[in-house]
Structure formats: structure tokens, C-alpha cells
Write a protein that binds this ligand. Sequence first.
Ligand code: ADP
Ligand code: MG
Length: 307
Amino acid sequence: MQQRTVSILYENPEWLPPITEALSEVGVDYTTWDLRGGSVTLDNGPSDQLFLNKVSASAHSRGNVHVPAVARSLISHLESNGNKVLNGGAALDLEMSKVRQYDALRKYGLPFPGTVACFGIDTIVDAALTIGFPLILKPNRGGKGLGVQKFDSLEALQALVDQPIQLESVDGIWLVQEYIATSQPEIVRMEFIGGSLFYAVRVNTSGGFELCPAEACQLDANICALGDNAGDMFSIIDDFSAPFVDACERMLLDYQCFTAGIEFIEDTNGQPYLYDINVNTNYNPEAEQKAQLFGARRLAELIKQSC
Ligand SMILES: Nc1ncnc2c1ncn2[C@@H]1O[C@H](COP(=O)(O)OP(=O)(O)O)[C@@H](O)[C@H]1O
Ligand SMILES: [Mg+2]
């Protein structure tokens, strides 16, 4: 039987090369489908095609605010015709909303920081009084840490809320969240591929909250803030294990996530808090080179098995 082609649904072309190169290496044919435009005929199209969805919650930060909704409709259409979409509708729903992510974490008994979801900015101050200071204010639809801010006092938060022009949450939902103080400036991102933990990477947070691992993001991000240590911003942990990995794997299966980078932070007592699920994840090339573990390659090998 002839091998199937995988079609990659995307809005950010910069994130494609690691995947397309790995697919070529393992001998899988691919096409790409740019969701920033185009059309689809709503008929009984092909029903046995394979797709990989690469649409990210951060699409709005590249001027592609409409693409997640386009992707959601297209994926529904493809799935209703019987096609297989890796990181399909259920996974995209999770990617787009931290409210849904925290509900998923809670369902699987996974710890996350105390959070109040505010619909618009009017209730942010009341929520802050419930959560206490310091706190984190972040948009529900995240991406690359954009708009994530720490507040140490009510005065500082009130000053921002009084000038709402500075506040942007693309779906109108703000999360007021307990700030987790750490003993080291770091978080850990666990990379799951095909339902299993592949590796965990330690991320140095001294440069701020914008922590996208993709090479394309490193070129224009806050890497200068780390100076000569920039190369060490991401380092893969040898033989990482944690008691909550199993529950993460079961949760990702439930939400049909083919890939995910799940971030957690440890407080000064060593208590972990999970706080971000990146279904559309990217891998840091320098860290992978050092550890000789290659996420895109693993992804391509698993896609080959599905083809
Ligand atoms: N509750 C928190 N306590 C402490 N630091 C946090 C908290 N939430 C987020 N951060 C920091 O901000 C970064 C970005 O937040 P995150 O929720 O991952 O947003 P995004 O979805 O945009 O990546 C995190 O990687 C972490 O360094
Ligand atoms: Mg994050």
C-alpha cells in the first residue's frame, strides 16, 4: 500500500523547517496548508488523509488573530469527514484556553496555582484581593509569555487597570493567579510526544517571562538579556522523572494531544505547580544537540508509523 502524505496546518512558517526536515529524513511525504487564507469546499472530501495541526495560541501576536477560529472550523470539517488530525479539535481547544487547561489539570489531580478567571478587566482588582500579593496577571489565551505580568502591590495593579489601553487579552479573559516564588530562576518544560514523555528541559527565567524554545523565537526574543549565558537558557535534564508524569500522559491522551510541552514551577518547598500546556510546542536546537535527543525527529518517526 502506498504511504500516506501528511499535511501540516500552520500559520507561522518559521516553525515548519524543523518538522519538514525531520519528515524528509525519515522519508515521509508532506504538504503544508497555510491557514492565513484559502478556502475549503464543504463536501464529502477525502476521508483517509492525515493532518498535523501546528496552529498556536500565540497566532494573534503575528497578526493572525482569526487563524485559531479558522483552524477549529477546518479541523471539525476534516474530522467529520473521517480524516485523522494529529493535535485535532480537542487538542486545539486545550491550546487556546488556560481555563480549559486548568480544568484538565484538576480532572487529573495535577496541582496548579490558585487562579481566578476574570471576564473583562472590571473584576481584576476584586480577584486580586482574593488571591493576594504578589500575583501574576496573564491572558487566558497565552503565547510566548506575552502579557504575563507580576504585581507586588494593589497600587501597581490598580494603576494598570486604570489605564486599560495597556491591557490586551485576545479572548477578553484575564487570569489572576498566585505567584509561585522559586529558589532558582527556572521552570521545567516536559515535552510529550505521541502520548509519552520524551524529555524535560530546564528553562532559565532570569531574562523574563517570554520563554519560547523555538530557534525562530530566539532570534528576536529577549536573549540579549542573558548575555553570554544565552546558550544555557534551555538545558535538557538527564533522566527526568516526576510522580505526576503518568497523570500528564493520561490527560494528554484524553484530550487527544499528539504533542505538548507542559510547564511547571517549584515553590521554595519543592512543591510543583503546573501552569501552562503548549499543545503546539517547539524544541530548542542547541539544548537538543547537547543532549542528542531530537523532538522533531521523534515526531516524524511516529508520524511515519501513522502513515
Ligand atoms: N503563577 C506563576 N508564578 C510564577 N511565575 C509564573 C507563573 N505563571 C507564569 N509564570 C512565569 O511566566 C512565564 C509565562 O507564563 P505562561 O503561563 O507560561 O504564559 P504563556 O502561555 O504565554 O507561555 C512562565 O514560564 C513563568 O516563568
Ligand atoms: Mg508558557
